[in-house]
Design a protein around this ligand. Structure first.
Ligand code: CP
Length: 317
């Protein structure tokens, strides 16, 4: 694997899960693979889990790690080509990227959607500039349209906790006070379609996701109907995707909050969320604190997904 920007680049589900199982059981078996190799992690946006889990994964593989928060201590970067740079940004990404490429062997990039220009966001301009100009393998640590390391960890977690072969997985929109990107739900939908689960997406009207990610999912506007018989409930907020509403908050209706009454409609489903999560907006305390909540093992599997991906990239260096 050269670059990793989508879970589908891992080949097939069984190969991905086998790779994950191996690194989970043998976390320090491949230290020689990463020796004297340097990972550079570039953050245009905040992070807790991605930063720590990816760094831990790289250390497990014997790598050196450099972390750069672009917005803290680095020169402010211009990202638009053709701009007359007479403002407050003294460096252009088009010089910064190849320079960063000189200092490492692999680059991880976190660059969220700006939620004002849908075409620009969905063209993944920043991530693709790193792929084009760094000269190094690049992987996404959540880009504008996908969060593949999260999706991979979600898949690993579902496979670890599932109690039957034929699964019903439900992605539910839930309220949030601020506009959030569609990267996590897009990526999760992509992963569920890729895995071939019985997959339902439920959200209020107006929150339809890009059909390219929805794929074969059944879209159900009645959240309670969607929950019936579910084995996994995956909650997430996202802002609107369609038309002039792109990036907007259309609803903060707390009737969509995941609570114990709705979880009782499921087949004793497990509750999942990528975190960070706003309690009693997205999910009630009683659900996230219940034995069916698997948000912590889900977060723990972020080390596994990152390590499996880094290992595949290191093997090709
Ligand atoms: N789930 C996730 O990516 O968490 P962070 O934003 O804290 O990295």
């Amino acid at each position: 694997m050269r670059h990793f920007t989508s879970i589908t680049q891992f080949g097939d589900l069984s190969k991905a899960l086998e790779a994950a199982r191996y690194v989970k059981q043998n976390p320090f078996a491949d230290q020689e693979l990463g020796r004297n190799r340097t990972l550079l992690m570039i953050f245009f946006n905040s992070s807790l889990r991605t930063r720590l889990s990816t760094q831990k994964a790289a250390m497990n593989l014997g790598m050196n790690v450099i972390v750069l928060d672009v917005n803290q201590g680095a020169w402010k970067l211009e990202t638009e080509r053709g701009v007359i740079m007479d403002g407050d940004k003294p460096e252009h990404l088009l010089e910064a990227i190849p320079v960063m490429g000189c200092y490492c062997d692999i680059i991880g990039v976190r660059a969220f959607a700006n939620l004002t220009d849908r075409d620009g966001d969905y063209a993944e301009i920043i991530l693709n500039q790193f792929i084009r100009y760094s000269g190094k393998p690049v992987f996404s640590m959540e880009a504008a349209t996908r969060h593949p390391l999260q999706t991979f960890a979600d898949l690993i977690t579902i496979e670890e906790f599932k109690k039957k072969d034929r699964l019903k997985v439900v992605l539910t929109w839930a309220p949030h006070p601020k506009a959030l990107p569609q990267a996590v739900p897009n990526s999760f939908a992509e992963g569920m379609n890729w895995a071939g689960y019985d997959f339902v997406i439920t959200h209020p009207e107006g929150y339809e996701l890009d059909p390219a990610f929805v794929g074969k999912a059944h879209v159900e506007y009645d959240q309670e109907k969607a929950f019936e018989g579910a084995d996994f409930i995956y909650a997430k907020n996202w802002s609107a995707y369609e038309g002039e509403n792109y990036g907007k908050v259309l609803s903060t209706d707390r009737n969509w909050t995941v609570d114990a009454r709705k979880m009782a409609l499921t087949d004793n489903a497990f509750f999942m969320h990528c975190l960070p999560v706003r309690r009693n907006m997205i999910v009630a305390d009683e659900v996230i604190e219940s034995p069916q909540s698997i948000v912590i093992p889900e977060a723990a599997n972020r080390v596994v997904s990152a390590q499996a991906v880094l290992k595949e990239i290191l093997k090709e260096l």
